[in-house]
Design a protein around this ligand. Structure first.
Ligand code: ADP
Ligand code: MG
Length: 576
């Protein structure tokens, strides 16, 4: 096959342009990104080789190699992982399919940032393309494990790339960065051909990577005699020594007390390609019926596609530190779809298929425990760090509300964690428990109103009476709020009641006189009611004299058992 020139996708061009012209100061993260890709590639091969040993081609030692070259001012990052075929190279490095990169561009559009914004890049794991922050030319040579043909891809980041078939003896991928002027040599601010600088970067960003990251060091030493003593006066000789730069100790195997907060942060960002610090870390070990270590992270922000079908929830699985799979969905209930993390358990068997593993008893047991763990953490936060909990809620509360109505079996676990806006002054959000505690004894229902914001709800004619009586009303702004309430039906032994549905049942709260008065008015106006009913026949179910209006003359309400007005609207929209 002849060499081909191809254009990058428009989106990719945009991103490349950003990388090349970036004034981002923290360019060193390119190394972390390329090492993380190398590590992912080895993980993939290791997993596939469990069922197809031939892929290993007789070489089972996995490694990542860094080769700086001062003369050609290049830095090569090689791995002996899965590699890529011709089509995979086009697919994976010619287009932006990766969620991290997509999210990055999306954010960029959303905020209309200048193309040289410096923080955004560091926040997002922009992956492979970050190489262009330091390289004027990137060459990728790769051979897929088990294949004979290799591929060479090359680009200067100017909108197009070349791709051709080539030879490569070892499986896996080598990425050769021809460094830009500012990034090599003694005068460079950061010299990416300097072994010690590279070693420091690996320690900083990639220490936990599970495969050895190796580099040759040139060491000078005095020759030794047969007994191992240095020979006096002998001229020093140069020797090449291969060193492993990372400790490879998975962070989760360390004791909690040994781990610094920034270690959790780096680990989280690296492992999950996240760009922001985690909001909360849950690190725990269990011994007993099942044995496992888990590290779960609540993100700070909901991903833009959290509720879309293309969002892939799931937890990473390891068995004795060996990676098994990336996104196990079966471990946590859907309402915790935003939780990132991993579980390492010797009870996960490496020798069964993923499908069987996902249905295993051990996995289910561990899942139950993790769920409890997360809920306990949140309950504690709600109790002791209310403001923080509200921050969490604003980001992920929707997920819980959806959970309440789509998975009724979960609703009892979630009901105490729900927050709602309320008519109570000075209170932004309330739990149902707090609402009940504030209720006067004579009140039997939990009132709620729906509308797009507080002002809209407060203009509802139905609100007048409740306000006058000083009765608190929950404000539901989101469709899912009402679905959740409908699914719950009651809290404690108090039923939920929409202010726009049927009678407000304020009998016990209001005086008997008012009731009598209403009845008399109704009697006196029997003719009027009859006339209205006749005129609107077929359009309404009933006409009643009401005491719930103060300044409005009439209002429309739903029947006692019908769906509420705003739900009717939702259904009407959905049916269009
Ligand atoms: P991400 O790592 O988030 O998927 P990247 O931009 O870092 O995104 O990488 C894009 C894709 O290119 C990877 O998903 C992978 O398929 C492929 N890739 C990158 N580096 C390697 C490598 N060293 N070996 C094999 N495939 C790679
Ligand atoms: Mg990557």
């Amino acid at each position: 096959m002849a060499k081909e020139m191809r254009e990058f996708q428009a989106e990719t061009k945009q991103l490349l342009d950003l990388m090349v012209h970036s004034i981002y100061t923290n360019r060193e993260i390119f190394l972390r990104e390329l090492i993380s890709n190398a590590s992912d590639a080895i993980d993939k091969l290791r997993f596939e080789s469990l069922t197809n040993r031939e892929l290993l081609e007789g070489k089972e030692d996995f490694e990542i190699f860094l080769v700086p070259d001062k003369d050609s001012h290049t830095l090569t990052i090689s791995d002996n992982g899965i590699g890529m075929t011709y089509d995979e190279v086009i697919e994976n490095v010619g287009t932006i399919a990766k969620s991290g990169t997509k999210a990055f561009l999306e954010k960029l559009k959303e905020e209309k940032e200048s193309t040289t914004d410096k923080d955004l890049i560091g926040q997002f794991g922009v992956g492979f393309y970050s190489a262009f922050m330091v390289a004027e030319k990137v060459t990728l040579i790769t051979r897929k494990a088990g294949e004979t043909k290799a591929v060479k891809w090359e680009s200067t980041g100017d909108g197009s790339y070349s791709i051709e078939e080539t030879e490569k003896e070892t499986r896996g991928t080598s990425i050769i960065l021809t460094l830009g002027e500012e990034f090599y040599g003694d005068k460079a601010e950061e010299d990416f051909t300097n072994e010690y600088a590279l070693e420091a970067l690996v320690k900083k960003y990639s220490d936990y990577v599970r495969f050895p990251i190796k580099m040759n060091f040139e060491v000078e030493e005095t020759p030794k005699d047969d007994e191992g003593k240095e020979i006096e006066g002998a001229e020093k000789v140069k020797r090449i020594e291969v060193r492993t730069l990372n400790s490879m100790r998975p962070l989760w195997t360390k004791n909690k007390s040994e781990i610094k907060p920034e270690e959790y942060t780096e680990f989280y960002k690296n492992l999950f390609h996240e760009w922001e610090d985690p909001f909360e870390v849950i690190h725990s070990k269990a011994e007993g019926t099942v044995e496992y270590t888990t590290m779960l992270f609540l993100p700070k922000r909901a991903p833009y596609n959290l509720y879309h079908t293309d969002y892939e929830p799931g937890i990473q699985l390891y068995s004795r530190h060996v990676f098994i799979m990336d996104k196990c969905k079966e471990l946590l209930p859907d309402y915790l779809r935003f939780v990132r993390g991993l579980v390492d358990s010797p009870d996960f068997s490496l020798n069964i298929s993923r499908e069987l593993l996902q249905q295993s008893r051990e996995l289910k047991l561990i899942g139950k425990n993790l769920e409890k763990n997360v809920l306990k953490t949140l309950e504690k936060m709600l109790k002791n760090e209310r403001e923080r909990y509200e921050t969490f809620w604003n980001e992920f509360g929707k997920s819980f509300k959806i959970g309440v109505y789509t998975a009724p079996q979960d609703s009892s676990k979630l009901k105490d964690l729900l927050l709602f806006a309320t008519s109570k002054e000075g209170t932004a959000l309330t739990t149902l428990k707090e609402y009940i505690e504030r209720m006067p004894e004579s009140q039997n229902l939990i009132y709620y109103a729906t509308g797009k914001d507080a002002a809209t709800i407060e203009r509802l004619p139905q609100m007048e009476l409740l306000k006058e009586k000083g009765i608190e009303v929950l404000y539901l702004y989101d469709n899912v709020d009402e679905f959740a309430i409908e699914a719950l039906r009651e809290y404690g032994d108090k039923k939920f009641h929409s202010v726009s549905r049927g009678d407000l049942n304020l009998d016990d709260v209001e005086s008997q006189e008012v009731k009598k008065e209403t009845e008399t008015i109704a009697k006196d106006n029997e003719d009027l009611i009859k006339a209205v009913k006749e005129n609107l026949e077929g359009k309404i179910a009933d006409v009643k004299i009401s005491n719930r209006l103060k300044s409005s003359a009439v209002c429309l309400v739903s029947g006692d058992n019908g769906i509420s007005l705003s739900m009717e609207q939702v259904f009407a929209e959905a049916n269009n």
